[in-house]
Write a protein that binds this ligand. Structure first.
Ligand SMILES: Nc1ncnc2c1ncn2[C@@H]1O[C@H](COP(=O)(O)OP(=O)(O)OP(=O)(O)O)[C@@H](O)[C@H]1O
Ligand SMILES: [Mg+2]
Length: 443
C-alpha cells in the first residue's frame, strides 16, 4: 500500500528507498505545500500512481526562483532543502525549520529584503535526528545474513520455508533489526514483503496475509516498466484464475489481474487449499527475482490467527523457491496462546532455524550512538551514554527518547562539544517515558 497522498509523498514513502520513514517525510510534504503557496504549482506532476512514485524518487523539481524570479533566493533554497530526496539532507526537525524561518522574518523586518541572511544569523540547524543505522547489532545482522544464505543454499527434494524469530521487549529494536537487514537485502536486489500487525487487527481474518499481498502489488507497481510488464504477465499466469480472492484481500491487484472468472472466499473450506496453492504461486513470481523471497511478519503477537495458519502452512506448501520468514514478537507474548502453538509446531519440524533475542545495547554501542547523534566526542559521549544507559536499561527506544527529552529541555546540544548543564544532575533512579520524574527535572 502506498503511504501518503501522491503529490505530497516523500521519496522514502514512495518506494524501496534506503531510508526509514520518520518526521522528515512530513517536512517533505510541507516543502510541497510551501512550493505550491509560493509558485502556484506543484513541484512535480504526474498522472498516475506509478509516475508519481517515479517522480518523487528520481525527478528534480524546477527551482522556485526559476519559476518566479520575485521569490527570495533564501526562501527558494529553504523550500528546495525541504524537498531533498534524502531525508538527511532536509531539515532535521520542524523546530530547526521554524528557527530558520524566524531568522528570515527578523532579517526581513530589519532590512525589507531577504537576499541573504547576514553572517552569523543563520539558525543553528542542528537538531536531534534519529540514528541512521543500528548500533551494537552487528552480530545479529550477521546471523540474519547467515540464515538467509542457508535458506538460499538449502538442499532437499523441494524448496522449503525457513523461519526466524526475533524477540525482545517493547522498543528493544526488533523491527529496526529486521528492517536494517531487509534494506541491505533490497539494496542488493532482493525482494522483501512486509506485514506489520496492529493490535486492533488481531480479530481480522487474514489481515497480515492481505498486507503481504498489498505490499507485493505495490512493489510491482513501483517497479520500472520492463520489469512491471514481466510481472504483470507472470502474476496473471500464477493467480489469474483465483484473481477474485486476491483482489478481495488487496484491491491493488485489480490493476494486474484483468481476468476474474472464479469468485471465492480465501478463508473457508476447500478455498483455503486453493488459496494456499495460488499464494505459493504468487510468492513464486516475486521469489524468482532473487530467491529466497523474504517475508517480514512484524509484531506476531498481534497477527490474526488465520494469517498465522497460512504462514505456518507455507512450511509444507508447494513453494517454487525457498522462502525466508522473519517474525518479530514481544517476549512476553511468546508464552501461551495461538502464537506459542504456532512456534511450537515450527520448532517441532525444525523449520524455526533461528531465534534471536534483542538484549539491551551495551556500553560501546550506546557511546557510539551518543557520539554520532549528538556529534560529541569520547569522554563526554561516554558519560552521557553511561547516565542514559543506567536510566533506561540500554533499551534503544527509551534511550533515544531520554536523549530527546534532555535535548528538548535544553540540557544537551547537538553538535556541541559540551552539554549546557550536566545531565548527571538528574535525580537517581530508572527512567521510562512514563516516569513522572523527568517532568520535574526537565523544568
Ligand atoms: N541498535 C539500535 N541502534 C540505534 N537505534 C535503534 C537500535 N535499535 C532500535 N533503535 C531505535 O529504537 C526505536 C525502537 O526500535 P524498534 O521499533 O525496532 O523496537 P521494537 O522492538 O520493534 O518495539 P515494539 O515491540 O514496540 O515493536 C526505533 O526508533 C529504532 O530506530
Ligand atoms: Mg516493532
Amino acid at each position: 500500500m502506498l503511504a501518503g497522498t501522491l503529490a505530497y509523498m516523500a521519496p522514502e514513502q514512495a518506494g524501496r528507498g534506503e531510508s526509514a520513514v520518520d518526521l522528515r517525510a512530513d517536512l517533505y510534504a510541507l516543502g510541497v505545500t510551501f512550493y505550491q503557496m509560493l509558485t502556484g504549482a506543484l513541484p512535480l506532476e504526474a498522472s498516475e500512481p506509478v509516475a508519481w512514485v517515479h517522480s518523487h524518487l528520481a525527478r528534480e523539481p524546477v527551482v522556485l526562483t526559476e519559476r518566479n524570479a520575485g521569490i527570495p533566493a533564501v526562501l527558494s533554497a529553504m523550500v528546495m532543502r525541504l524537498l531533498a530526496k534524502a531525508p538527511e539532507e532536509r531539515y532535521p526537525s520542524a523546530a530547526a525549520l521554524a528557527a530558520e524561518l524566524r531568522r528570515c522574518l527578523a532579517t526581513w523586518q530589519a532590512r525589507s529584503s531577504l537576499d541573504a541572511l547576514p553572517d552569523g544569523a543563520r539558525a543553528d540547524l542542528s537538531g536531534f535526528a534519529s540514528p541512521a543505522w543500528l548500533y551494537g547489532r552487528a552480530r545479529a545482522l550477521d546471523e540474519l545474513r547467515r540464515l538467509h544464505r542457508e535458506a538460499t543454499e538449502q538442499r532437499g527434494p523441494a524448496p522449503a520455508a525457513s523461519y526466524v524469530l526475533v524477540t525482545g521487549c517493547a522498543g528493544s529494536g526488533k523491527s529496526a533489526l529486521a528492517e536494517a537487514f531487509c534494506r541491505s537485502l533490497e539494496a542488493a536486489g532482493g525482494v522483501v514483503a512486509r506485514a506489520k500487525a496492529q493490535q486492533h487487527q488481531r480479530g481480522m481474518p487474514l489481515a497480515a496475509v492481505a498486507e503481504i499481498c498489498a505490499d507485493l502489488a505495490r512493489q510491482a507497481s513501483g517497479s520500472p516498466s520492463a520489469r512491471q510488464q514481466g510481472w504483470a504477465a507472470a502474476m496473471a499466469a500464477a493467480i489469474g484464475d483465483d484473481a477474485e480472492m486476491f483482489i478481495a484481500l488487496a484491491p491493488a491487484f485489480e490493476a494486474w489481474l484483468p481476468h476474474r472468472p472464479r469468485a471465492g472466499d480465501a478463508n473457508t473450506g476447500q478455498a483455503k487449499t486453493r488459496f494456499l496453492q495460488a499464494f505459493c504461486r504468487l510468492l513464486g513470481v516475486f521469489g524468482s527475482v532473487a530467491p529466497p523471497l523474504v517475508l517480514v511478519l512484524d509484531d506476531l503477537q498481534w497477527t490474526d490467527r488465520e494469517s498465522l495458519e497460512v504462514f505456518r502452512a507455507l512450511r509444507q506448501a508447494p513453494l517454487q523457491q525457498p522462502l525466508l520468514v522473519i517474525g518479530t514478537c514481544r517476549t512476553d507474548a511468546v508464552e501461551g496462546g495461538a502464537l506459542a502453538e504456532w512456534l511450537a509446531a515450527l520448532r517441532q519440524h525444525g523449520a524455526l532455524r533461528g531465534e534471536m533475542a534483542m538484549t539491551p545495547l551495551d556500553a560501546p554501542a550506546l557511546t557510539a550512538l551518543v557520539a554520532d547523534t549528538l556529534r560529541c566526542g569520547g569522554a563526554r559521549a561516554q558519560a552521557i551514554a553511561q547516565l542514559a544507559g543506567r536510566k533506561t536499561g540500554g533499551n534503544p527506544l527509551f534511550f533515544l527518547q531520554y536523549l530527546r527529552v534532555l535535548h528538548r529541555s535544553d540540557l544537551l546540544r547537538v553538535g556541541a562539544a559540551d552539554t549546557r548543564r550536566d545531565p548527571r544532575d538528574a535525580p537517581p533512579g530508572p527512567w521510562t517515558p512514563r516516569s513522572p520524574r523527568w517532568t520535574c527535572w526537565a523544568c
